[in-house]
Design a protein. Sequence first.
Length: 416
Amino acid sequence: MLLLVAATSARAQFDRGTISGTIKDEQGGVMPGVSVTARNTQTDQAGTTVTDSTGFYIFPTLLPGRYDVLAEIQGFKKVSRQAIQLDATGAVTLDFAMQTGVISEEVLVTASSPLLQTDVALRKTIEAKDIEQLAFSGRNPIGVVGLKAGVMGGNFNSRGFSDLGNGGFNINGSRTDENNITIDGATAIRTRSSGAIVGIQNVDAIQEVQVLTGDYMPEYGRASGGQIRMVTKSGGNRFSGTASFFYRDESLQANTWTRNHSANLSDRSPAPFNYKQYGYSLGGPILKDKLFFFGAQEWVNFLQVQTNTATVPTAKMRAGDFSELLVPNNGFFNSAQIIKDPLTGQPFPGNVIPGNRLSANGLALLAAYPLPTAGFQQGTANAILNSENPQDQRKDNIRFDYRMNAQNNFSFRYGK
């Protein structure tokens, strides 16, 4: 997937958030000219603006994350608020009342409850720190959608590393194929394939997963159900990264009933199983406060030997001898089966087809079947078959963010 976004106005930034407010003095008078700084605590990226003649300030295009906000002006004490959570498309209103004093003094505003994000959508946001601490089967993040109230169906941890399903969720009563999935604002579902997602996202590259269940803005569109929005990470002014390695093998696997009943002694132990999933992520500055990068890669090496049962022709049947079918309980049918000559309509003697009547092509086809497993019979199945199922996977993510000015940003992201 290749996504190229150039922001020409604040309204075009679907995955950006807004922090705004009014600054007043102790008597309630508005304060123009106050310098306000919002610093992302995860990326150390900061932006500064100045209040207008009404004391109002706004940061219209902030990346989702946690922010420390500081207001300062000569003749007044600095005032700040820390760890403000801002979701993608969220809007936080943060007002300050400044006290007279020297600028070297600072007033830290604390609150017992988080600020309310005032956009109209009914939503749940799962942040990167929560995603990293959850155990996912195959590290497939689609399951976190089930954590939102109003979401039914699906399964939190049933989607593996190769499962391209959309989660199977009913959001506020919708059908499972009526939900829209986006990645950084770009639609990521196949509309003609029951809403299957076009690619499984790398957990280490996800900043947050947002679930909109109702009352979302009309520009989302495309779905009568919910909106599942994945926002990828970006780089910042500090270097940061992660590395992970997950490994499983057959030493903790239980053997199956079928393998335990195989005549092959090597099947009496659990089937070979080797599962490795490993990767890394790295982000940081190229030009401080201007140009940032983030990259992530993940690999999967998966090998599982699957054991199945099948019904195959016996050695006698391969030579045209169907005498075994003359027995009523022959393992293939509930009654005796008589093979008749299609030319005369009469039974073949002993249920054996003469060698000169056998087709060379038919014999070659029969030879392609495996032989029955000695001593094994389960219903009509008479063979135990082992097949290797190797699956290798690689995910690549790279993103660049260029901050043109306080109102405009340029983002480039490539993923496959």
